[in-house]
Design a binder for this molecule. Structure first.
Ligand SMILES: Nc1ncnc2c1ncn2[C@@H]1O[C@H](COP(=O)(O)OP(=O)(O)O)[C@@H](O)[C@H]1O
Ligand SMILES: [Mg+2]
Length: 331
């Protein structure tokens, strides 16, 4: 039996962002610092971690909006970092993005028809204005808006409706992978589940794969097939969602779960509150980047950088102190 190749495969990806200090010096932010993962067609891969850990930079690198410093990205077997010209345009049709802030990502001067239809024109997928408007209208209805909303402007809609416009804009190009960068983080809790349900329906209808980014594990529980937990540019734990959430191994994953709102009160004694702030990614700590805040750290954690090591069924952790004995390093 052959296993289908992954739709997206990211290998040891590094994205270092150049910065200037106020004193005229130069440095780099190690925003993405050696990340590997795979997403299969039609599946949802969740990426979770505190603000500033590199999630959006990873998304922008996969989208070819920010240059990678090293590593590989493969989409359907092709080398994404080598794409140029028409092949890069076609990749940018197949991989779309939905942003966190629908208000900020929709041009207030354009009508919804122009916002959603613009990419159809750029990609030559609509031969006339009426063909474009017909495609936009049917996509607006599909995301729960009205066909004649295409004549209105973004400010005439609520936050949840604006996110539906952002989703329509991504889907009208019939992508295979949609990167959702905190798509519900700016929305009221009551609206969040409506948007998640819509994304789930659209996934089934169009066979989409999602890279779903959030800073809170609770929204991922029912939505993602697999999750990866990111800390300071690295994945510290990954695996099937239920395994990671029910049997978290890394002390950082446990802390994130404790911070999620749905912890029952009888588990409060097990709450782990992280001391301090995440370290500065311009000068990450040596060894395990988490050791400065870790309740389980031993002397070697400040020296040896742990690799993500698999154990069991697809569950992997970068923590030699807590890893089950069967864990083997995957380099
Ligand atoms: N354009 C940029 N130039 C320099 N540093 C940046 C830039 N964008 C983000 N950063 C820094 O890179 C790190 C990762 O940021 P980001 O990818 O936005 O994280 P997240 O999406 O997880 O909140 C942060 O330390 C952030 O300050
Ligand atoms: Mg972000």
């Amino acid at each position: 039996m052959s296993v289908a190749p992954p739709l997206l495969a990211v290998r040891n990806l590094r994205t270092l962002l150049p910065i200037r200090s106020p004193f005229g010096g130069r440095g780099v932010v190690r925003a993405v610092d050696g990340v590997s993962f795979e997403i299969r067609a039609g599946r949802t891969f969740g990426l979770v971690g505190e603000s500033g850990c590199g999630k959006s930079t990873l998304a922008r690198t996969v989208l070819r909006l920010t240059p990678a410093s090293s590593g590989r990205i493969q989409f359907d077997g092709t080398d994404v970092l080598a794409l140029r010209g028409g092949a890069l345009r076609e990749y940018r049709r197949q991989v779309q993005v939905v942003f966190q802030d629908p208000a900020g990502s929709l041009n207030p001067r354009l009508t919804v028809g122009e916002i959603v239809g613009e990419a159809l024109s750029i990609h030559g997928l609509a031969r006339s204005r009426s063909e474009r408007d017909a495609a936009v209208a049917s996509m607006l209805e599909r995301v729960g808006l009205a066909a004649d909303d295409l004549r209105r402007f973004p400010h005439e809609f609520s936050g949840g409706q604006r996110q539906r416009i952002g989703i329509a804009r991504a889907l009208v190009l019939r992508p295979r992978l949609v990167i959702c960068d905190e798509p519900v983080s700016a929305l009221d809790v009551s609206i969040q589940s409506q948007i998640l349900n819509l994304l789930a329906d659209l996934q089934a209808e169009f066979g989409l794969a999602y890279l779903f980014i959030a800073h809170n594990l609770s929204v991922m529980r029912h939505f993602c097939d697999e999750i990866a937990v990111m800390y300071l540019g690295r994945i510290v734990e990954s695996g099937p969602t239920a395994d990671v959430i029910e049997h978290p191994i890394h002390p950082y994953t446990r802390a994130l779960l404790s911070a999620a709102p749905r912890v029952p009160s009888r588990d409060r004694a097990a709450l782990r509150i992280l001391p301090g702030e995440p370290p500065n990614p311009i000068a990450p700590p040596p060894g395990c980047a988490f050791h400065t805040r870790c309740p389980d750290a031993i002397a070697s954690c400040a020296v040896v950088r742990p690799e993500l090591a698999p154990f069991g069924d697809g569950h992997a952790v970068a923590c030699p102190v807590n890893a089950p004995a069967s864990a083997e390093e995957i380099g």
